[in-house]
Design a protein around this ligand. Structure first.
Ligand SMILES: [Fe+2]
Length: 401
């Protein structure tokens, strides 16, 4: 069906010729948000929720959304994945061709891990299953607006400095060249440590991890601190640069499979039921499903997959024992546990450093590699000042599930 597009009415946000005479210009100090959903109910409720805060545009299908994006600078798109005609993923690909920098949030009742993987590959900011709750959606939209503004500032700075390579920091969104570098194949063997490939992959991992952590304030900074602690252990073991880099990347991504698991279970106050526990345990497998298409090193994947194995063989997913558990997974297990214990959780205060150390000692040889626990405790002793309460790496955090 041919689409007769004239202009957007800024009063009623209609893509049709507005017959109400309510043409108004968008408010310049507000971000522009485009809601794409073929169901009028969610589309309208989201419009009503967001209207006080943003300039809102709506589209009932992908074609209309693309027309709007060609005519109007949009900061954030909320996109339904399951739509008649052009699907959400197809729309997302076209959106990226029109504006690679627009922030995209997937909001859908058709939430499968595969769709999440596909969406993440096209650089979505977040992924929220329907039904959404109002504070959560407002918070995520606002974060995406802030991220968009930060990205724009970074790019402006780069342009002002005469262009050159786009320098990606941890706050920067996944951009196409970055993904191409990763998806183009695993190249670490050919490269020196600190190479562009490694830096790209590490930054990509940070962005993926931040996508997970932004869903939950208790997870903020967790993966960065796990990386920080794990790398101290790697250094103490004198691992080669390639192994260290792989452990760092796996540290950032170790819980990425939780992106497909509701925070209701992850942060539940009180005991988990057998069913809830089995759902949470799936995150190691879900991580693999999410990351395999990205063509990461097999070592990285194995560290992530096995970070909940226990030294005595009672862990998951495969019940591996002792040194049959990959070294990187044994290192991450200790870093993960220490950070979780010393961070706030929804239902308890953080443990003191000495209590956390005692827990590591208590479970050395059962849950943890005893030699690595000794090494980590030695590091903590040596680096006491760095692990002080005022350390910026020590805000609140996450559960170890
Ligand atoms: Fe985990």
């Amino acid at each position: 069906m041919a689409f007769e597009w004239q202009r957007i009415c800024y009063g009623c946000r209609s893509m049709q010729i507005c017959r109400r005479g309510c043409h108004m210009e968008p408010k310049k100090n507000k971000a522009n948000v485009l809601i794409v959903d073929d169901e009028i109910g969610p589309r309208e409720s989201l419009r009503i929720i967001l209207k006080p805060h943003y300039n809102i545009f709506t589209a009932e299908n992908g074609f209309t959304a693309l027309q709007i994006l060609k005519q109007q600078e949009i900061d954030v798109v909320t996109l339904d994945l399951r739509m008649q005609g052009m699907s959400g993923i197809e729309t997302l690909k076209e959106i990226r061709a029109i504006d690679p920098d627009v922030m995209v949030i997937i909001i859908t009742g058709y939430g499968t891990l595969n769709s999440a993987i596909e969406a993440i590959r096209y650089g979505v900011f977040d992924y929220i299953p329907k039904p959404f709750n109002v504070p959560e959606i407002i918070c995520i939209i606002e974060k995406s607006v802030q991220r968009r503004r930060l990205n724009q500032r970074v790019k402006e700075m780069v342009r002002e400095r005469g262009g050159g390579e786009f320098c990606i920091d941890k706050e920067t969104t996944v951009d196409a060249p970055l993904f191409q570098n990763i998806h183009g194949g695993y190249e670490f063997e050919k490269e020196e440590a600190g190479s562009r490939e490694f830096q790209n992959c590490l930054e990509f991992s940070k962005v993926l991890a931040s996508t997970l952590e932004e869903k939950d304030p208790y997870t903020s900074g967790h993966s960065e601190r796990v990386c920080y602690y794990a790398d101290f252990i790697s250094k103490k073991l004198s691992l080669n640069p390639r192994d260290r880099n792989e452990i760092r990347i796996a540290s950032y991504l170790h819980d990425i499979g939780k992106i497909g698991i509701s925070n209701r279970f992850i942060n539940k106050k009180g005991a988990l039921s057998t069913t809830e526990w089995s759902i949470i345990k799936q995150h190691t497998r879900k991580s693999l499903e999410l990351l395999i298409p990205l063509n990461l090193s097999p070592n990285i994947l194995s560290y992530i997959h096995h970070h909940h194995e226990r030294y005595d063989g009672t862990g998951y997913p495969d019940g591996l024992t002792g040194e049959s558990i990959p070294l990187g997974a044994r290192i991450i297990a200790i870093a993960d546990a220490y950070d979780s214990m010393t961070s706030e959780r929804p239902y308890r205060r953080p443990l003191s450093d000495s209590d956390a150390k005692n827990e590591l000692i208590k479970y050395a040889g059962k849950q943890f590699d005893p030699q690595l626990v000794s090494i980590f405790l030695e590091i903590l002793r040596e680096m006491e000042n760095l692990f002080s309460v005022n350390d910026p790496f020590r805000p609140s955090s996450i559960s170890v599930c």
